[in-house]
Write a protein that binds this ligand. Sequence first.
Ligand code: G3H
Ligand code: 13P
Ligand code: ZN
Length: 308
Amino acid sequence: MPLISPKEMFAAAYAGGYAIGAFNVNNMEIIQGIMGAASEEKSPVILQVSAGARKYAGQPYIMKLVEAALAVDASVPVAVHLDHGPSFEMCRECIDGGFTSVMIDGSHLPYEENIALTKQVVDYARPRGVWVEAELGKLAGIEEHVQSDEHVYTDPDEAVDFVERTGCDSLAIAIGTSHGAYKFKGEPKLDFERLEAICRKLPDYPLVLHGASSVPQEFVDLCNQYGGNVGGARGVPEDMLRRAAGMGVCKINVDTDIRLAVTACIRQYLAEHPEEFDPRSYLKPAREAVRQMVAHKIRTVMGSSGKA
Ligand code: G3H
Ligand code: 13P
Ligand code: ZN
């Protein structure tokens, strides 16, 4: 199966009350771990590439790795997506380079400028059959080039106006999630009333949840046990994500949990095998941890097992 647009994935997810996991990829082991999980769970999957990942690995490397993954096992539908595209130019490069989906992130811009930039990307992407995700509202924390101390939750009426005027295919909304490992100071809370209002005003329209890592305690503990310092980290509880997946959220973004799994395993391995210096020895358990963690998410958070 070649790379596909998220279009059909989202239509089925919306109708079925589940979500597609969008996992950030940066290297071969992470891609292998995610693809192993998707394949085992028979689930569609989105591999997403940030501007930072493009800079780290280089777009041709990432695309060839994805190509290799499909050559080895083409049993599940896969989309490749630009995460938090900062400019029209980067979106164009990704569209021209074979991505099947791009995000243009104008969430930090004044409303009318976000509309103009998003529309520019939609006008380029649509004739080329590429999906466009946009963002309205601001997540607290750091979003690539966007830093915000406070959440600016998405206004439901503005969301309707934004979608109508830009023609974007899906919309990332702010309802209380944030990027990174420190999402909540007190009790985790998402604004489900707001999500319901957005979903009601935009029927049959796919919404996207960024900042959706759950920050599994086992990985935080492993990191800390083996010399790390990630105290106080807290993510979005899995049952909240599952609930959102039944309310118009068709794409759930996960990066931090992959980072935690990889780092926890490498820390543990190196601490327990101080004589070891072959990178394969510690990358292998890290890759396996990504596979198991992503498979768990597909099953219990996304609800997309068996939907390939
Ligand atoms: O939302 C941002 C993603 O976690 C990507 O992070 O820019 O460090 O690759 P990155
Ligand atoms: P997390 O930091 O919660 O994994 O969010 C990732 C994300 O939204 C990527 O766009
Ligand atoms: Zn994000």
